[in-house]
Design a protein around this ligand. Sequence first.
Ligand code: FE2
Length: 213
Amino acid sequence: MNTEPAPSRRRFIQSLPLLAVLPWRLCAAAALPPTPAQMFGPFYPLRPDPAAGNDLATVDGRARALGTPLSIVGRVQDTAGRAQAGILVEIWQTNARGRYHHPHDDSPAPLDPNFRGYGRDTTGSGGDYRFRTVMPVSYPGRTPHVHFRLSRSGRELLVTQMYLPGAAGRQNQRDGLFMSVEESARARLVGVEETRAPGTLRFDIVVDGPGNR
Ligand SMILES: [Fe+2]
C-alpha cells in the first residue's frame, strides 16, 4: 500500500516549517529598532523649569542667542510604529561656546545669557515634537551633541543623545560614547538634514517602553 502523500499534499507538508517561521519573520521585519540609550551626563538642570518651552534661543521675541540657529523636529513612536502622544521631550546642550548653563560645568568658556540651554516639548497626536535652539559645539572629550530625555507621566522612557551629521559631525568617529554604540545602530543617533527646511535636523525616536496600548 502506498503511504506516501500525494504530490500536492507533500508540497504543503514540506512548506509547514516555512509557514511556522514566516509570521515571526514578518513581525521581526515590521518592528522598528529602538533608539539606543545613552548616558545621562552631569549637566541636566538641577531644577528643570516646567515652563521652559521649546525655544531655547529666543528672548523677548527675538533670536538673540549666539551661534547658528537650529531647529530640531521629530516623531516619537513605539517599536510597532505607533505614534506616541503626550510624551514629554526634554533637551539640554552646550551654548555656541561649548559651555552648559549649569553650575557644575567648570569650563572657562563664557555663558550666553540669551541661551537657555534647556527646553521641553510635549508630543502631539502624531507623536511630533519641535525645538528651536542653536548648533551645539564640541568641548574637550566630546563631539557636538544634544541630550534628550523622554518621559510619560513622570515615568522615564529613554535618555539618549543626538549627534550631528556631515561635516558638523566629523568628530563623531573619535567620540567614545558615540563609538560605544553598536556600529549598525549609530546612524539612528544622528540627526538627518531636512532638505526642504534648511537649518533643520530631524531626529525620530523609537521608544521600547510602554506606549499607547
Ligand atoms: Fe553633554
